[in-house]
Design a protein around this ligand. Structure first.
Ligand code: KG4
Ligand code: ZN
Length: 335
C-alpha cells in the first residue's frame, strides 16, 4: 500500500514585535510558539530597529521549539509559510529571509501570506466548518478594519481607520490617565467597576464604514486638562468612571460600524479578531447580538501569532498557490 504523506506546514510570523512559529499537520495546529519583546516597554511603543534585532535573536529558538512541540522534524516539512506584509519592513525581512533559506535548503514550497488575510482566517483554526461569506472586525494595535471574505482567496476591505488603530486609541488614552503600556487591558480591567455613562466623549464622523480615533484622543486630552484644573486629583478620584466611559465610547463606535456593515451586506456571520477582541466590553456587545452567527477565536489566535499564518497558508497549499525566492516583503497593505 502506498504511504500517504502528512502535510506538515511550518509558518513564521514576524510582522511587528512578536516572533511566532507554528506547525500545522493535515490542517490541524499542533504547535504555536510566540516570543514577545519586552525591549519596547521603556519607550511606550514599538521601536522598529529594536524589533528586527529581537526577531533575529529569537527566530531560531522559536522555530526549534515549534518543531519540537509538534514532534515534526525539518526533513518532514511539506512547506514553509511566512508573513510577507503588511508590517515593519525590518521585522518582515527577518521572517522572509529565514523562510526562504529553509525552503531553498529543504527544497520544499514557499508560501507568502498576507498578515491581514491570516487574521481573517484565524477562526478556522477552531471552527473548521465555518462557512463563507463572513465579515471580520479586525481590531488590534496596528489595524482597525471591517473585511468581507467570500472565499479563502478573496477578502475585501469594507472600511478602515483613517488614523489610529482601535488598540492605539485604548493605549493612548490610557497613557493620558497615567496607566502603564500597553494600556488597553489595564483600562479594560478598571472599566469593569466604573459607570460607562459617567462622562460623554464624542466619536469622529468619517465615511460610512471607516473609522477615526483622533477626535476621541483630543476630547479625552482636553477633558482631563480642564477637569484637573478644577480638581487636581480628578483622575485618581474618577479613574474607573473615566476608563468605563472611554471603553463604552470605543466599543459603541466599533459596534455601530459593524452593525452597519451587517445591514449593508446582508451577511450576519461575523468574526472578531486582533488583540482588542480581548476587550470585555466588545465581547459582551458582540455576544448580545442574538441574530448574528459570531466567531471569536481564542486569544492566542487573536493576537499576532503564527498559527493564523499556517491556517491561511493551508488554504494556499491546497490551491497550490506558491511563492518563489523572488517574493519580497511589503510594509503597506497591498490591496
Ligand atoms: O493584536 P495585538 O496583540 O498586537 C498588535 O497589534 O501588534 O494587539 C495589541 C493591542 C494593544 O493596543 C492592546 O492595548 C490591545 O490590543 N488590547 C486591548 C485589550 N487587550 C489587548 N484593548 C482593550 N481591551 C483589552 N482587554
Ligand atoms: Zn496583526
Amino acid at each position: 500500500m502506498p504511504q500517504i504523506k502528512d502535510t506538515n506546514i511550518l509558518a513564521i510570523e514576524s510582522s511587528c514585535d512578536d516572533t511566532g512559529a507554528s506547525v500545522m499537520v493535515n490542517g490541524k495546529i499542533v504547535s504555536n510558539v510566540v516570543a514577545g519583546q519586552d525591549v519596547h516597554e521603556a519607550y511606550g511603543g514599538v521601536v522598529p530597529e529594536l524589533a528586527s534585532r529581537a526577531h533575529q535573536s529569537q527566530i531560531v529558538p522559536v522555530v526549534d521549539k515549534a518543531l519540537k512541540d509538534a514532534g515534526v522534524a525539518k526533513r518532514d516539512l511539506s512547506a514553509i509559510a511566512f508573513t510577507q506584509g503588511p508590517g515593519l519592513m525590518g521585522s518582515l525581512m527577518v521572517g522572509a529571509s529565514f523562510a526562504k533559506s529553509l525552503s531553498y535548503g529543504l527544497d520544499i514550497p514557499l508560501i507568502a501570506v498576507n498578515h491581514l488575510d491570516a487574521h481573517v482566517m484565524a477562526p478556522f483554526i477552531e471552527h473548521k466548518d465555518m462557512k463563507f461569506p463572513f465579515l471580520s472586525l479586525l481590531v488590534s494595535g496596528g489595524h482597525t478594519q471591517i473585511l468581507k471574505t467570500v472565499d479563502p482567496q478573496t477578502t475585501e476591505v469594507l472600511g478602515e481607520s483613517k488614523d489610529d488603530a482601535a488598540g492605539e486609541a485604548f493605549d493612548k488614552t490610557a497613557k493620558m490617565l497615567g496607566l502603564p503600556y500597553p494600556g488597553g487591558p489595564v483600562l479594560d480591567k478598571l472599566a469593569q467597576t466604573g459607570n460607562p455613562n459617567a462622562f460623554k466623549f464624542p466619536d469622529s464622523r468619517v465615511g460610512a464604514l471607516d473609522f477615526s480615533f483622533s477626535g476621541l484622543k483630543t476630547a479625552v486630552l482636553y477633558f482631563i486638562r480642564d477637569r484637573v484644573k478644577e480638581e487636581p486629583d480628578f483622575v485618581e478620584q474618577h479613574l474607573n468612571e473615566i476608563c468605563a466611559s472611554i471603553q463604552h465610547t470605543i466599543v459603541s463606535y466599533l459596534m455601530r460600524k459593524l452593525t452597519a456593515a451587517v445591514n449593508e451586506t446582508g451577511i450576519n456571520r461575523v468574526a472578531i479578531t486582533g488583540g482588542v477582541s480581548a476587550n470585555s466590553g466588545l465581547r459582551k456587545a458582540v455576544a448580545a447580538k442574538n441574530d448574528w452567527e459570531v466567531y471569536i477565536p481564542s486569544l492566542e489566535y487573536c493576537t499576532d501569532n503564527a498559527a493564523m499564518i499556517a491556517q491561511a497558508a493551508y488554504f494556499k497549499f491546497e490551491a497550490k498557490d506558491f511563492a518563489d525566492l523572488s517574493a519580497v516583503p511589503y510594509a503597506r497593505a497591498m490591496r
